[in-house]
Design a protein around this ligand. Structure first.
Ligand code: AMP
Length: 292
């Protein structure tokens, strides 16, 4: 496994990889959710590349950039054990040198949900992912359904910029009690960790309503709100039942829907979602024209 930092090192190491290359972008502090993406990439590609970069431009003022957990040595051990071929761990200076002034922005999809509550977040995400794609030049890239809006936005960006990269979305990996794995779960006290299961419980309650045929969007939102309201340590920021494609809120009975939420447990902001009406519960793979 080669570990590189600079663009010169990356280009040399990238050129030596067998094709096709599957790429997993991460912010590090890896858990089983990240490793599931790596395994998915391993199955479909001759080589697997991972990036580790806590991207400052996707954190807002007052968010957790400084205290975001980091442990590069541990991450590298985990990736080595997964048979990863190349790890790119650039510094902020490599990605955003003095005088940097170019941004990639997806318009409508980023104005709602996470984008509405984290201004500038997706501009940072799409900019850094564009730069990571440009550096790594993968044939396929792997993202988690855990960050559903991010997956949807990356697919849009890839299509809009005609990037010759397949986007694969992999299922959310959960703890046995349903809590979605997240590097931010390490912020939770034992009591908060217990309370954090409320996100999945709320999503499951709404799924049950949907499966019982009570499919009004407002009923699904109300069901989630009621479960969240019963947990004193949870402060919901938004609860949504949206069109999976446009991410606009739905009204009336739904067929396909993205149920999603952001909830503060203490100072920690947690997100989770369920995709209803899709066989695998994930966004379908995006295959650019002519790449099939
Ligand atoms: P992050 O390091 O949080 O930026 O996440 C890197 C990638 O891992 C993103 O595509 C995430 O959606 C994905 N990911 C994070 N947590 C999970 C999880 N619990 N299950 C599946 N994928 C995940």
């Amino acid at each position: 496994m080669q570990v590189v930092t600079t663009l010169a090192e990356l280009r040399a190491a990238r050129a030596a990889l067998p094709e096709p290359v599957g790429f997993v972008p991460t912010m590090g502090y890896l858990h089983a959710g990240h490793l599931a993406l790596v395994r998915c990439a391993r199955r479909e590609n001759a080589a697997v590349a991972v990036s580790i970069f806590v991207n400052p431009t996707q954190f807002g003022p007052g968010e957790d950039l400084e205290r975001y957990p980091r442990d590069l040595a541990r991450d590298l051990r985990l990736l080595q054990a997964e048979g990863v071929d190349l790890v790119w761990a650039p510094t902020p200076e490599v990605m955003y040198p003095e005088g940097y002034q170019t941004w990639v922005e997806v318009a409508d999809l980023t104005r709602v949900l996470e984008g509405a509550h984290r201004p500038g977040h997706f501009r940072g995400v799409t900019t850094v992912v564009s730069k990571l794609f440009a550096g790594m030049q993968p044939r396929r890239a792997y993202f988690g359904q855990k960050d559903a809006q991010q997956a949807r936005v990356i697919i849009q960006m890839t299509r809009d910029l005609n990037l010759p990269i397949e986007i694969v979305v992999c299922p959310t990996v959960r703890e046995p009690d349903g809590l979605a794995l997240s590097s931010r779960n390490t912020y939770l006290t034992p009591e908060q960790r217990q309370a954090a299961t409320v996100l999945y419980r709320a999503l499951q309650a709404a799924r049950q309503e949907y499966e019982a045929g009570r499919r009004e969007a407002e009923n699904l939102r109300q069901t989630m709100r009621a479960v969240l309201a019963a947990e004193p340590l949870a402060r919901p920021q938004y609860v949504s039942c949206a069109d999976p494609d446009t991410l606009q809120e739905l009204q009336g009975p739904v067929e396909k829907a993205l149920l999603s939420m952001a909830v503060f447990v203490g100072q920690t902001r947690l997100i989770d979602n369920l995709l209803l009406g899709y066989p695998d519960g994930v966004y379908p793979r995006y295959v650019p024209e002519g790449l099939g």
